[in-house]
Write a protein that binds this ligand. Structure first.
Ligand SMILES: [Zn+2]
Length: 602
């Protein structure tokens, strides 16, 4: 009996100890990785990083840097910019550390205790997926900068930022603990928050009680009040579509540069790069707002509603999905629709954006070579690595995805007599997400919900336009909403259907040759330089007027310089590749108006 009592107490004791120790481990520093960044040589583009974590008694621990960054589907080998990697114990004694593959290092520990890994990163590439540090400011993408401890992606991350003396501001989506201390629940979320440090202007507005910060980094000819007003409208119209704002606060990062562009989505922030002087040019400003609307839409579509492989992430290699026609295609459809819905665009401005997407796909032969699903799956080696032949051999899942999203929207509107639209499918996908945020959707879920909302079978739609390369029936579907699609090629000037680079005013080099055009049929090549047409020398200034002397059906002799040798190519002039315009029909029927309004206003 006594023995039993002693054992009983002993077992209880162990039990209490285990619970206590377990809790301590869960809440304590053992489950955290701490990072400190400092800018010791910003003028030479370096950020210094120190990461500290517990060995947890393991004899060996490995750390790695991602090879790609979520949202930008290309292996970029960020580890190539890492220098001077060293590991230390808590009393600063060196530990053995060596590389085990291109992006990983192994540390031989001294048993229990803290380990610090110190290194620096060269950052001199300002794009939305890379990093730049210079004397004035820094833009850091976590995937380029912060290593992770292998097997500990779910550990909390804590970041201390040591700013140079004359830098005042930090903009990031990370949770702020104090002025220079930030944290994140896990590594995925940690590197999902790019950081801007410097003296950027920070604009602010509130929607539904949630703070929105606009970090305007760099000089620009923008008017703060106009930026705030337009960004706010974008937030409000998207909140109305989805029903809520799924974050505590949001940081818009706008990097202003002399020339450049692009955007990258994150969970409660995004980064875009834009021309600093675009703000007084209406057409370019509309495209900028299209980018803002696009990246903000990703707050739901891809950062929350997402295919299974897009979070949690595998940072060591490519992750494949056929679903980018939803992640990027639907986003590219809604970015402009919602700007029309918010009344930032008028009908004509909206349709001009739509026209560009139609022309990007419907002019080129790539549409018969690659389906949406193939384009999505192969984006690592094709869409992200385009060359001079890409328009002939592939499509963009952004633009074709947007066109097919429109067709699907009209298919649902037609089937339900404008009771429902693609909006309902999105809302159901968002409901799915809210029920189980940790898991993305399966490939079949999109079709299943589209059929549920429309009440019709979509086998053929998916076979033809998503898995297949059947030409898109845009003309018929636009007509349902009273919009005319007009091929204006007949009005165009004589063309070889090639693109030129003007090296100087008198040196014209071909940089693309489009299949279906007269230049392609005659065998003009990428890098050929035009010398003369029918013995008349051509320059940047006279090329079009020389071509316009001839008619469709004429055969002309073009002299070229190919790889330093002169050659003559005979070209039979053909009608140019199609070029489309859109126009709202006069006297639209009630049904056309109803369908149009459902498409635009949901
Ligand atoms: Zn996108």
């Amino acid at each position: 009996m006594i023995i039993f009592r002693i054992n009983y107490k002993y077992i209880i004791g162990i039990f209490i100890y285990l619970i206590f120790f377990q809790n301590l481990t869960q809440a304590g520093v053992n489950n955290e990785t701490h990072y400190t960044i400092s800018f010791l040589q910003p003028q030479n583009h370096y950020v210094n990083v120190e990461m500290t974590f517990d060995s947890r008694g393991e004899n060996e621990v490995s750390v790695s840097l991602p090879v790609w960054t979520p949202g930008s589907y290309m292996i970029r080998e960020f580890a190539r910019h890492i220098e001077k990697v060293n590991a230390y114990t808590s009393d600063n004694s060196p530990l053995e550390i060596f590389k085990t593959n291109k992006n990983s290092w192994k540390i031989i520990t001294n048993g229990p205790g803290k380990i610090s890994v110190k290194y620096r990163v060269y950052c001199n590439e300002l794009t939305v997926r890379t990093s730049q540090v210079n004397i004035d400011n820094a833009f850091l993408n976590g995937s380029n900068i912060f290593m992770f401890v292998r097997g500990r992606l779910s550990d909390k991350c804590v970041l201390k930022i040591n700013l140079p003396k004359n830098w005042k501001n930090i903009s990031t989506g990370l949770k702020k603990i104090s002025n220079d201390l930030y944290e994140s629940d896990n590594y995925d979320d940690f590197i999902d928050c790019p950081i801007v440090a410097g003296n950027q202007e920070i604009l602010e507005f509130t929607v539904s009680g949630k703070k929105h910060f606009i970090c305007m980094a760099g000089k620009g000819n923008y008017e703060p009040a106009k930026i705030i007003s337009d960004f706010k409208k974008i937030v409000e119209v998207q909140e109305k579509l989805f029903g809520d704002l799924p974050y505590n606060d949001f940081t818009f990062i706008v990097m202003l540069v002399q020339a450049g562009g692009g955007g990258l989505e994150h969970k409660n922030s995004f980064a875009v790069i834009a021309d600093r002087n675009l703000f007084d040019k209406p057409e370019r400003y509309r495209r900028f707002l299209g980018l803002i609307s696009h990246e903000f839409f990703h707050t739901w579509n891809v950062k929350r509603i997402r295919p299974e492989v897009l979070g949690p992430f595998n940072y060591d290699s490519e992750v494949y999905t056929k679903m980018h026609y939803v992640t990027e295609g639907w986003t590219s459809f809604y970015d402009n629709v919602l700007l029309r819905r918010a009344k930032i665009f008028n009908d004509e401005e909206y349709l001009t954006m739509f026209e560009n997407e139609v022309n990007d796909i419907m002019r080129f032969q790539g549409r018969f070579k690659q389906s949406l699903e193939e384009s999505s799956f192969d984006n690592w080696i094709k869409y992200y690595r385009q060359d001079e032949n890409s328009k002939n051999s592939q499509i963009s899942y952004y633009t074709k995805g947007a066109l097919v999203a429109f067709l699907l929207d009209m298919e649902i509107i037609k089937a339900t007599n404008a009771e429902k639209s693609l909006d309902e499918v999105l809302k159901l996908l968002y409901d799915d997400y809210k029920k189980n945020p940790s898991k993305g959707y399966t490939d079949g879920r999109i079709k299943e919900l589209s059929e549920q909302v429309s009440g019709i079978n979509m086998d053929n739609f998916w076979r033809d336009y998503i898995a297949g390369t059947k030409d898109l029936p845009l003309k018929e579907y636009l007509e349902l909403a009273g919009v005319e699609l007009i091929n204006t090629t007949a009005d165009d000037k004589i063309t070889l259907d090639v693109e030129y680079t003007y090296i100087t005013d008198s040196v014209i080099m071909i940089n693309k040759v489009y299949e279906g055009g007269s230049g392609y049929a005659a065998g003009l090549n990428f890098r050929d330089k035009l010398i003369s047409i029918e013995d008349e020398m051509v320059t940047k200034n006279n090329l079009q007027s020389v071509l316009d002397k001839y008619n469709i059906g004429d055969e002309i002799e073009i002299k070229i310089d190919r790889d330093g040798l002169e050659k003559t190519v005979s070209v039979i002039l053909k009608t140019g590749l199609p070029r489309y315009k859109m126009k709202i029909m006069d006297n639209r029927s009630d049904s056309q108006l109803k369908f149009y309004n459902k498409w635009i206003y949901g």
